[in-house]
Structures are given as structure tokens and as C-alpha cells.
Design a protein around this ligand. Structure first.
Ligand code: SF4
Length: 492
């Protein structure tokens, strides 16, 4: 007696009969790398349910919008997208639309979506991605609205499938949430308290990735350097259960064969320990760069932001990093126009920029987030002052970035070739160990390889180069090696 088909399998059979192929899905991701990694999980769950990737909205039977809530413009972009989706639904009412991510962890936004955007079928949050398949089944099979938000993360759900964008590099979540409660930030309310994954689960994932051909991993967390992983085999000198800190985790994943490069983000300056700084010396797979958001150069503003370090503390961390790794590339984030920021505060920030000379920086105008402490701060900075300061800061930062890039001229850098350049498909693009984008002419089939590239030109935000002549006719199956000499010997 044959097992009756499950209603979902029946739906897939009927869909295939009608459309000649399985239902296709499209995930659209807003925001940070952690959201991109969550979208890879959503894609993995959909593939496990028998769906296939769609190349465009027009092809998609299932459309998932993964939202970000870190700034106002992210909200505006989302509601603009919902307007566009309305037209898709009007043209193809059977399309299933789902929204998730940080915005959906805020009740006032969920209420607004339910009330004003009735063409949204499914709403879920950052803590219950693993429940999406059930919500999708009920939306498709029962044609019912499916809304489920969990207030806190609870236990971390391990082993969820995921579908990566790149075959040779991967994001690996190591922890979720944040306990820092910076006064301008919505993340602790949308991602919850800090929870670290078990080291053994992370090692298993990285081993599987290496076996699958991944060369570069980026360890992710909202506050990655406060990672504290628990496992039964982690004990202190007294034999008691203990936790593994972030440098310890780097050491563990660094020992996994096949992984050539380790990156991580995002760090908090207050948790940048000497042990983590020393990891740049002890772990040769750790890439020579760090993203260390400072936000402001004024200790007074940093205190109002509840960042829990001063300008001097930050400069001390930078000096510590450069003492161990003089050539380290340092990138950061700045917020301009935080409530109460004076001209003098801003000058402190400009002074910090001169003293650190960042390789690059993400710069933002302060954006009031409902539900954060700073949202009720009275002394808003006039828009004109905000923009004037912002423009001056960006101009100086870009000038320094260009100067830093000029220092690469004539150097040979090891680049992990990621694929065709977006600006010129006849060129490959990739990143140096220090995270610089390099575009260079090379055969497309070398994507995924670590290649020695001589830098022949610089732009503000990217480098140009040429593959070393002796590497142009690279036989296919040459194993990779890290050092330039090692790589060159592969082409002899
Ligand atoms: S460290 Fe601060 S800015 Fe970063 S996620 Fe946590 S609360 Fe937000």
C-alpha cells in the first residue's frame, strides 16, 4: 500500500504539471552579512522543500524579503519594495510573499504591515527562521495568512540547510544578538541577547565547508569578539566547565585543513583583547584586516552612545594592533550628528581620523530609531550641520583611503579570485588578504583560486592589477598554497 502523498508533495506535483517545473523562489536581502547568512538558510530550507532558485521577481512563485532596521532609509526602502510587490500580486495573485528580518521583530512595524499591506502572506522574525517551512505550507495549502514572531531566540537551532552564493567562500555565524545596548542601536531589540554557538557545531560546519571546497570563511556576529562558546570538553585548569573565547575559536577553525583564510566581523573595541590581537601573529590564516567600528572620536559622545570606551582607549587598541601587525588594514564605522554632537566633538572625530588613518570607513548620518534610548534625546543636530560635517568627513576619509591604496602600487598581492568584475566582465575581481578589492585580467576559469596579482593601478575604492605572467596558463588541478612563493612554485 503506497504512502499517501503529503499535501505539500501533492502541491509540488500539481505545480510542476501546471508550470512544467518546480516553484521558484527569490530572496531579497537588506542589511548586514548576518542577514545575508540568514537568507542562505532560507534558500536552503526552500530547496529542501523542493523549490528552485528564481532568476528574477517575474519568475518567482515565492518571494522573501529579509529586512534590516538599522537606519531609517532601510525602513523606507522596505515599504517601497512592498509597494512594488503589490503590482506583482495583482498580476500573479498566486505568488506567495514573505517578509522577515530585523524590522519584523518590532511589533509596531508588524501591525503596520498587517494593516496596510494585506498582500503580504507570511511574516516571521529573526529568531524563528527554522519555522518558515511550516508557515509556508500553511500559507500555500490553507491559503491563510501566516504570522509568527518569537520574542527571544531561545536555544540556537543547529544543522539547518543553507545555500551559499559563492562556492569557495562562506559566512559562518558564531553568535547571535548583542548585550551592549548602544543608545542609538535597535539590534539588541531585534536580535536579542548574546548567544554563542557551541564550538563543536562551528568546527563541524567549517570542516564540511572545507570538504566542499571553501577556502575563505568569515566568522559572523553582531559583536563577534564577545563570543563565549560552551562545550562539554571545554574545561579550565580546575577541570570545571569553561567557555571558549573568540581567539580560541579562531585557533580551532584555523587548524582545519583546506581553509586558507579567516575573516571576522563585527568587533566591538571594548572586547578587543590582547589575546585577539596576538592571534594576528599566531594564526597565519587570519587575514590582515579588522573592522573596528568607532562611531565617534569624541569621548563625550561615545559616553552618550554608551560605547564604553574613550577616544584614548580606541587609539590604544589601534596601537596594540599595529605593534603586532604594522601593515594591518583597519576599517571602521562613523555616525555623524548624534544628538548633542558639538563642533568641538566633531573636531575630535576629525582628529581621530588623522591619527588612525583608516583604510576605509562606512559613514552614516545619525538616524533616530524608535525604541532606542537616544530616540528621546532632545538636542538634535540641525540637518545643515549634519550634512556639512558628513561631507567634510567623507572627503577626508576618501583622500586617506586613496593614499593607502597608492601604497599598493607595484606590490604583488595574493588575491582570492571571486568571479567576473561587475564593472568589466572581461576582468576578474577578488580581494587581497587585507580586504582590498582588486580587478585584474585573467581567464574566467581561475575564479575560486588564490592568485598572485601585481598591482598596476589604484582607484579610491579599488586596485587594478595583472596576473603574474607565469601564472596565466594555470593547469586546472593545482592545489593551493598560501605564500606567494608557494603559489608561484605551483606554476613552474
Ligand atoms: S555593539 Fe552596539 S551598535 Fe553594535 S549591534 Fe550591539 S548595540 Fe548595536
Amino acid at each position: 500500500m503506497t504512502n499517501p502523498m503529503s499535501p505539500w508533495t501533492e502541491y509540488l506535483r500539481e505545480y510542476r504539471e501546471t508550470h512544467g517545473r518546480p516553484p521558484a523562489y527569490l530572496t531579497e536581502t537588506m542589511g548586514c552579512q548576518m542577514n545575508e547568512r540568514d537568507s542562505e538558510t532560507i534558500a536552503g530550507l526552500l530547496c529542501d522543500m523542493g523549490c528552485v532558485p528564481a532568476a528574477s521577481r517575474a519568475e518567482a512563485a515565492i518571494l522573501v524579503i529579509n529586512t534590516c532596521s538599522v537606519r531609517e532609509n532601510a525602513d523606507n526602502r522596505f515599504f517601497g519594495t512592498l509597494g512594488q510587490i503589490k503590482k506583482i500580486k495583482e498580476a500573479r495573485p498566486e505568488t506567495v510573499t514573505a517578509v522577515c528580518g530585523c524590522m519584523m521583530q518590532q511589533q509596531h512595524i508588524v501591525d503596520r504591515v498587517k494593516e496596510k499591506y494585506p498582500w503580504v502572506d507570511i511574516i516571521f522574525g529573526t529568531h524563528n527562521i527554522h519555522e518558515f517551512p511550516e508557515l509556508l505550507r500553511s500559507a500555500v495549502l490553507e491559503r491563510a495568512k501566516a504570522v509568527l514572531i518569537r520574542d527571544d531566540g531561545g536555544d540556537i537551532v543547529e544543522g539547518l540547510p543553507f545555500r551559499r552564493e559563492f562556492p569557495f567562500k562562506a559566512y559562518v555565524n558564531v553568535m547571535y544578538g548583542c548585550d551592549n545596548c548602544c543608545t542609538y542601536c535597535i539590534v539588541p531589540y531585534t536580535r536579542g541577547r548574546e548567544r554563542s554557538r557551541r564550538p563543536a557545531a562551528i568546527e563541524r560546519e567549517v570542516r564540511d565547508l572545507a570538504a566542499d571546497g571553501v577556502k575563505e570563511i568569515t566568522l559572523l556576529g553582531q559583536n563577534v569578539n564577545s563570543y563565549r562558546g560552551r562545550d562539554d570538553d571545554i574545561r579550565n585548569d580546575g577541570g570545571e566547565n569553561d567557555t571558549l573565547d573568540f581567539p580560541g575559536l579562531i585557533e580551532r577553525v584555523g587548524a582545519i585543513d583546506g581553509i586558507e583564510r579567516i575573516r571576522f566581523m563585527t568587533s566591538h573595541p571594548k572586547d578587543l583583547s590582547q589575546r585577539l590581537i596576538d592571534a594576528y601573529k599566531s594564526c597565519d590564516k587570519l587575514c590582515g584586516t579588522i573592522h573596528l567600528p568607532v562611531q565617534s572620536g569624541s569621548s563625550r559622545v561615545l559616553a552618550r552612545m554608551n560605547r564604553r570606551y574613550t577616544k584614548e582607549d580606541y587609539l590604544e587598541r589601534i596601537a596594540g594592533l599595529r605593534a603586532v601587525f604594522p601593515d594591518i588594514a583597519i576599517t571602521t564605522d562613523f555616525i555623524v550628528g548624534f544628538p548633542g554632537e558639538t563642533e568641538a566633538d566633531f573636531e575630535e572625530t576629525m582628529d581621530l581620523i588623522e591619527r588612525v588613518r583608516f583604510d576605509s570607513a562606512f559613514t552614516f548620518l545619525y538616524s533616530r530609531r524608535k525604541g532606542t534610548p537616544a530616540a528621546s534625546y532632545a538636542d538634535a543636530v540641525p540637518e545643515a550641520d549634519k550634512h556639512r560635517r558628513f561631507n567634510r568627513m567623507v572627503e577626508r576619509l576618501n583622500a586617506i583611503t586613496a593614499e593607502k591604496n597608492r601604497a599598493y602600487l607595484g606590490r604583488t598581492e595574493i588575491v582570492l579570485a571571486e568571479g567576473p568584475s561587475k564593472t568589466d566582465p572581461s576582468m576578474l575581481t577578488g580581494r587581497t588578504d587585507s580586504g582590498k578589492v582588486v580587478n585584474f585580467r585573467a581567464p574566467a576559469e581561475l575564479a575560486g583560486r588564490m592568485l598572485p596579482v601585481r598591482v598596476t593601478g589604484v582607484r579610491t575604492f579599488s586596485l587594478y592589477g595583472e596576473l603574474l605572467p607565469e601564472c596565466r596558463n594555470a593547469p586546472e588541478n593545482i592545489p593551493l598554497s598560501r605564500s606567494l612563493a608557494g603559489i608561484l612554485s605551483d606554476f613552474e
